[in-house]
Design a protein around this ligand. Structure first.
Ligand SMILES: *Cc1c(COP(=O)(O)O)cnc(C)c1O
Length: 219
């Protein structure tokens, strides 16, 4: 089910921010419907599912990997993935570089930052991400390009809490931008909090259930 009215409304609300349609668990037919309105950026968070969908769908779709990526699965998506949102370790970054080198690609990545007030979510602290960004070793990784940050806010109804978390990332980004202006992408905001995300400076939002309906299984 592709909810075109919602989709158009959200696109209108978010202005120049990029909309990633999160199609995880949804059939390829739904993705085709979204493509027919001009949507070309889709987000998936399971490698197996992404590989299967990529095989069956048009080659000009830009696939965003938004889940937790295990190093041993990088090779399955490296040839076609457009942007890897959830990079949360140097080890993973090195593996992406290694696999991209084999096929002579340069692959864009976002560092996932932990901003939530919860223990369950993946991500780097601000300090850890600075360590990566300013390390000597990063300079030798010619087949990756870190183009920004990704984050998820706490799963809460407390809007002020969510706003505070997004704002902390935006502030960090402003600081980093002074030295690394090429890190332009800020991927935060989902169905429940995208309006706050836009107000707090997100330029890439990832929307699933509002566009494709509730998922029957979830992660
Ligand atoms: C599922 C998912 C989304 C979209 O969630 P909705 O609440 O359905 O909009 C966004 N980002 C990530 C990382 C996800 O896993």
């Amino acid at each position: 089910m592709f909810l075109e009215e919602n989709f158009l409304k959200i696109q209108n609300e978010i202005g120049n921010a990029k909309l990633i349609a999160v199609s995880k668990t949804k059939p390829v037919e739904d993705i085709v419907q979204a493509c027919n309105t001009g949507q070309m950026d889709f987000g998936e968070n399971y490698v197996q599912e992404l590989v299967e969908k990529q095989r069956r769908l048009p080659l000009n779709i830009r696939w965003h990997f938004i889940g937790h990526l295990q190093s041993n699965k990088v090779k399955n998506i490296i040839s076609f993935v457009h942007l890897i949102h959830g990079v949360d370790s140097f080890k993973l970054l090195k593996e992406i570089n290694k696999q991209a080198q084999k096929i002579n690609r340069k692959v864009k990545c976002l560092l996932q930052i932990f901003i939530a007030n919860e223990e369950t979510k993946f991500g780097l602290s601000f300090e850890e991400s600075e360590e990566i960004l300013f390390s000597e070793e990063l300079k030798s990784l010619a087949h990756i390009e870190i183009s920004g940050f990704m984050a998820m806010a706490s799963n809460t109804d407390d809007e002020e809490q969510i706003r505070k978390e997004f704002r902390s990332l935006k502030k960090f980004h402003e600081k980093i931008s002074v030295i690394k202006p090429e890190l332009k992408t800020l991927s935060f905001g989902m169905s429940s909090d995208y309006r706050i995300a836009i107000e707090e400076g997100s330029n890439m939002i990832r929307i699933g259930s509002l566009i494709f309906g509730e998922r029957s299984y979830n992660k």
